[in-house]
Design a protein around this ligand. Structure first.
Ligand code: GLP
Length: 243
């Protein structure tokens, strides 16, 4: 695992965006695995800036998102579909038909999850998967559990996740209780993985996930077993790692 230390959130965003931009430059028809949450927002802003100044071209890029809340529609500002359009898709020249987010309105979970896995396979797999890190060590919406989930599936969100994500909703009651998420196996199949983390409040989970025991109780810990992981984190998020 490579650890790239950034001074602060802006520096982390610029460094992460540079890695994503390098991927697009090296392979213009690459498949990006994309993430939501507050952490990647700054990196998306940089990518938009570099697209606008002519440094980046998304016309050949395909994307698949990690996860989506179950039961909320595309027009809902809290949906990850909406988030991706707001922060990236509507601001660059990626072809809408080349982007995909799990369909949270599909009531048949098995059908949607199977179709999602098939879609990723049909693209030839993910070249670079971007990940944020939940306070409980979740990646995508793979919550702490007794085993690692292999493929895209429907999850019951942990109370701590509902609590953490309620800031985006009017109240905790409005946070959906379930989500569709790529599995740990889906994520681990990506050729390269880029994890972004910022802030003192993530320092403890960063140390646990990347330097602690590999266990499904800390889903991100599995990333220690991947052959090409880059962690871009700011000084605060790295403040508890062993030196
Ligand atoms: C959400 C998302 C994750 C994200 C995590 C951290 O629940 N499903 O993909 O990485 O929360 O979010 P944040 O970056 O806002 O801390």
């Amino acid at each position: 695992m490579r650890i790239i230390q950034a001074g602060d959130y802006n520096d982390m965003s610029r460094k992460a965006a540079a890695i994503l931009a390098a991927q697009i430059t090296l392979k213009p028809d690459c498949v990006l695995g994309l993430a939501t949450g507050s952490t990647p927002v700054g990196a998306y802003e940089k990518l938009v800036e570099w697209y606008r100044n002519g440094s980046l071209d998304f016309s050949g890029v395909s994307s698949v998102n990690l996860d989506e809340y179950r039961g909320i529609g595309k027009e809902n500002p809290q949906s990850y579909y909406y988030f991706m359009h707001q922060h990236l898709f509507d601001k660059v020249n990626i072809r809408p038909e080349n982007t995909r987010v799990p369909d949270g309105t599909e009531p048949d979970a098995e059908k949607e999850c199977r179709a999602y896995e098939e879609h990723i396979r049909s693209l030839g797999g993910i070249d670079l998967q971007l990940l944020g890190l939940g306070h409980n060590g979740h990646i995508g919406f793979n919550e702490p559990a007794a085993t690692f989930a292999k493929v895209t599936h429907c999850v019951d969100l942990a109370e701590s996740t509902i609590e953490a994500n309620k800031r985006f909703f009017a109240s905790a009651d409005e946070v959906p209780r379930q989500a569709y998420t790529m599995g740990i196996g889906t994520i681990m199949h990506a050729k390269k993985i880029l994890v972004v983390v910022s802030g003192e409040d993530k320092a403890e989970i960063v140390a646990k996930a990347f330097f602690g025991e590999v266990t499904p109780e800390v889903p991100a810990s599995i990333l220690q077993m991947h052959q090409d992981v880059t962690l871009v984190a700011d000084t605060a998020a790295l403040s508890r790692i062993p030196r």
